[in-house]
Design a protein. Structure first.
Length: 530
């Protein structure tokens, strides 16, 4: 905030005014300016200037003008401090002259090299200058204090824009009502809780978010969702597009009868913004991913783990002494948090290893530790799989941020087993896909102008082209089945979105038809592989 106001508030006002006054393209530009700026800048820093195909002489002019302005402004500051008014006036005139030349240079960059200009000198891009494909559909949302703006885009054309006077507070209340019945505890979720799934609020959200535009999108057509604000915490696939249906018990499983979901009508993927998507696409073809797969599965979280009993007594005593006492004791006594073993994830590790034994590096049990990850060259991996606990971390003593939990036994003296969100952002990746089977890996703190900042977003900051991540506490059995099926279809040549849709269908046919099981995992980023 600045003086008590969110820095995005003026742009939200422009979105409202432009949408209501019929200037829809301007509204979309200002909406883009409020989304994922830090994310876009992070992508830009990873790009070499060669990725933008800028002539050398233009880059040299860009650097020269910036250097001249910087030097003159430093000289102006010195003249001001020394009270030399005559020199101050002369330098001011020089700055004005160079600035005129610089602004003309930037305007030329915006005309001829829009992506480079957008990354170097942020400003809303024209839709025609983006990297959206001609047959690609996209829906962008802008949540404001007094209403919701919705933009439907096909390729580089804005098909429809609308503004609904449904304020942020009411949207947040509706989402809370939608999420509460499904925010349960993994495998221990009871049938009673599953029956509380609120089809009414699901349909109300669908009506609010999709009713004005859904008929414009062909059935079966994949499209991209650019959510905003609190909308980043819901899987749009789970929105009920009919106002009927009920939760029923059938042959020992719980399913939804009579309801149609958006994810059954259209395959969906997600992006932080059109600019972020366009910048990411600039890297495709410039950086070729490696071929290997890296998997961390079934870590050891406690001294009670039965696998420790198989280790000889002397070594076991050493390992137990090396438990991060401070972290473990404070977690157990202050917060009551324990991390149960995820035994089924070992099966997932075995599956990916068996599918491609020569190109898979598998870390399991004690080897699935944070130190091992930190020592690897992650740039050689095309795919990364983390089958472990994720935790929002707000009540983890001394941490206070989302984490992935690695082996908590035998850590180095200067480390624990928690890979923090900020540490993930510092990783160097060049991967096509990161699969996170943990709970809440896509959920986290909402940051104005950035969206929901969770573990999944952090991996994208680090260089992953797409992330499969979850939006609530997931059940271990169905999650392992879904991710195993996802990789099976990727190996068979399906793109990521097709692989996810097929994986969802498979687990639904195996008794996991309730949206709690198949809906939490969403695909963020690029659908096609390089």
């Amino acid at each position: 905030k600045i003086l008590g106001f969110h820095r995005t508030a003026p742009y939200e006002g422009l979105v409202r005014v432009c949408t209501r006054s019929g200037r829809a393209l301007d509204a979309l530009k200002w909406s883009e300016f409020t989304k994922a700026r830090v994310f876009s800048e992070q992508i830009s820093r990873r790009l070499s200037t060669s990725a933008f195909q800028i002539p050398r002489e233009i880059l040299e002019r860009d650097m020269s003008l910036q250097d001249q302005l910087s030097a003159l402004k430093q000289a102006r500051d010195q003249s001001f401090k020394s009270g030399r008014q005559e020199a101050l006036d002369a330098i001011g005139r020089q700055i004005d002259d160079i600035d005129i030349e610089f602004q003309e240079h930037v305007r030329g960059l915006r005309r001829n090299y829009p992506l480079f200009a957008a990354s170097r000198y942020p400003q809303p891009m024209e839709l025609a200058q983006t990297e959206l494909k001609h047959d690609e559909w996209l829906i962008e949302y802008d949540v404001t204090d007094t209403g919701l703006a919705i933009f439907l885009v096909k390729g580089k054309e804005l098909i429809k824009a609308t503004f609904k006077p449904f304020p942020r507070s009411e949207i947040e209340s509706l989402i809370l009502k939608f999420r509460t019945p499904i925010e349960q505890t993994g495998e221990d979720i009871s049938k009673k809780n599953l029956f509380k799934f609120d089809l009414v609020s699901s349909h109300q959200l669908a009506d609010l978010l999709m009713s004005d535009i859904l008929n414009d999108i062909p059935e079966g057509q994949p499209f991209i969702i650019v959510p905003d604000d609190c909308l980043g915490s819901i899987p749009f696939e789970m929105l009920a597009i009919t106002d009927c249906g009920k939760v029923v018990s059938e042959n020992g499983s719980i399913r939804i009868s009579g309801a149609s979901f958006l994810g059954d009508r259209n395959p969906l993927s997600y992006s932080q913004s059109v600019l972020a998507l366009s910048l990411a696409r600039t890297t495709i073809g410039q950086t070729v991913p490696g071929k290997r797969l890296l998997a961390f599965v079934d870590p050891i979280f406690s001294e009670d783990d039965e696998r420790l009993k198989k280790i000889e007594v002397e070594k076991r005593q050493q390992l137990l002494k090396s438990l991060p006492v401070k972290a473990m004791n404070s977690i157990k006594t202050e917060s009551g948090i324990t991390f149960l073993r995820l035994q089924l994830t070992a099966q997932l590790g075995s599956f990916v290893k068996k599918s491609n034994p020569g190109l898979t590096d598998l870390y399991e049990g004690l080897k699935a530790n944070k130190k091992a990850l930190k020592e690897l060259d992650l740039l050689v991996y095309r795919s990364l799989l983390f089958a472990t606990h994720g935790y929002l971390g707000n009540d983890l003593p001394g941490i206070q941020e989302p984490v992935l939990v690695f082996s908590l036994v035998d850590p180095p003296p200067d480390q624990d087993g928690f890979l923090r969100l900020t540490e993930i952002m510092d990783l160097k990746l060049n991967s096509e896909i990161i699969a996170l089977t943990a709970c809440n890996t896509g959920y986290g703190q909402h940051i104005s102008g950035e969206g929901v900042m969770g573990l999944g977003r952090a991996f994208q900051y680090a260089g992953a082209k797409s992330v499969l991540m979850s939006l609530w506490n997931v059940a271990e059995t169905s999650s392992v089945m879904l991710v195993e099926s996802f990789f099976k279809h990727l190996n068979a040549g399906k793109n990521k979105l097709e692989a996810l849709k097929l994986a969802r269908n498979e687990i639904r046919q195996h008794g996991y038809d309730h949206p709690f099981y198949w809906a939490p995992f969403i695909l963020v980023g690029e659908v096609d592989s390089n």
